[in-house]
Design a protein around this ligand. Structure first.
Ligand SMILES: [Zn+2]
Length: 294
């Protein structure tokens, strides 16, 4: 099945190509009723997914944008917060990767984290000024208590940042390229941008197809390595763009149950970690070009 235009984009927001295919179609998709349907419901709540024939970028044709803000605002972040230690370990490994790629720690005086969640990432930059955007009121309160400056007005605040981060954020937006464009316009020339998105090019994702656990109504967009690379390079043609696999993240029963059996009563032993790691995301790093020469 091929056609020239898709429901959500006139052309691919990543590579600009005009050809899409319908990659998943379910005329009997279940209506999204609860936040669990939206967060973890999977493909049976998705009517149509279209895919760019150029770079493999895929997206829900008619995402549930109307209630998404309410779902994030009203979500109980308890389970998310119980994973803070695992996330901090993950971000520690990511920070080490970024430093190996030339990011200089003592030059980072200000970090802005978009859709921050908790302080697991910002806490790794103790000498820097921390700012964040976050929708959920419980998480906002917690960030505030940690001394994080909460912002709403993105462009004005971005100019002061040495590092802008957006982890697992772009795929939740109706128009991810618009956010990247805003960052490009507002950030200063020396700022670095680091993003992560779920990778639908991993062997696990390709094997599972649309049954893959990260294919779910809250993820409006699905990136391949080529798609993320095109997106960042088209917006930052005069910077260095690197795409690489995310660090590994350790599994816990909490993390597993969230996806496999959302809504089931939690047992104390669910916080146990499992000696297994997974790698599900792509990291995109945008740096000033002069970094490479030095
Ligand atoms: Zn494309």
């Amino acid at each position: 099945m091929r056609r020239l235009t898709a429901a959500r984009f006139d052309s691919c927001p990543c590579c600009g190509k005009l050809e899409f295919e319908v990659a998943w179609l379910n005329s009997r998709a279940s209506p999204i009723e609860t936040s669990d349907d939206f967060f973890y419901g999977g493909k049976r709540f998705i009517h149509e997914i279209d895919r760019c024939l150029g770079c493999g970028f895929a997206f829900i044709a008619d995402p549930e944008t109307g209630r998404s803000e309410a779902f994030y605002t009203e979500a109980d972040p308890g389970l998310y917060l119980r994973q803070s230690r695992l996330r901090r370990d993950y971000f520690t490994r990511l920070k080490a990767k970024l430093i190996r790629r030339g990011l200089i720690e003592n030059e980072i005086r200000s970090v802005i984290d978009l859709g921050a969640g908790d302080e697991a990432w910002l806490g790794l930059w103790p000498a820097a000024k921390h700012s964040a955007t976050e929708t959920n009121p419980v998480l906002r309160q917690r960030l505030n208590a940690c001394g994080v400056h909460l912002i709403a007005d993105l462009p004005n605040d971005l100019a002061a940042a040495d590092l802008v981060s957006a982890f697992d954020f772009l795929e939740h937006l109706e128009n991810p390229v618009e956010l990247v464009r805003q960052i490009r316009c507002a950030a200063n020339d020396h700022a670095r941008l680091v993003v992560s998105v779920p990778d639908i090019g991993t062997w696990a994702a390709r094997l599972a197809g649309w049954r893959y656990y990260l294919v779910t109504p809250m993820h409006f967009s699905y990136f391949t390595e080529a798609a993320l690379s095109h997106l960042l390079k088209s917006q930052f043609p005069d910077r260095d763009v690197e795409i690489f696999p995310s660090p590994r993240m350790q599994l816990s029963f909490d993390g597993l149950s969230r996806w496999l059996a959302p809504g089931t009563p939690r047992k104390r032993w669910h916080s146990l970690v499992i000696p297994l790691y997974y790698r599900a995301s792509l990291i995109g790093l945008v740096s000033p070009r002069s970094d490479r020469a030095g």
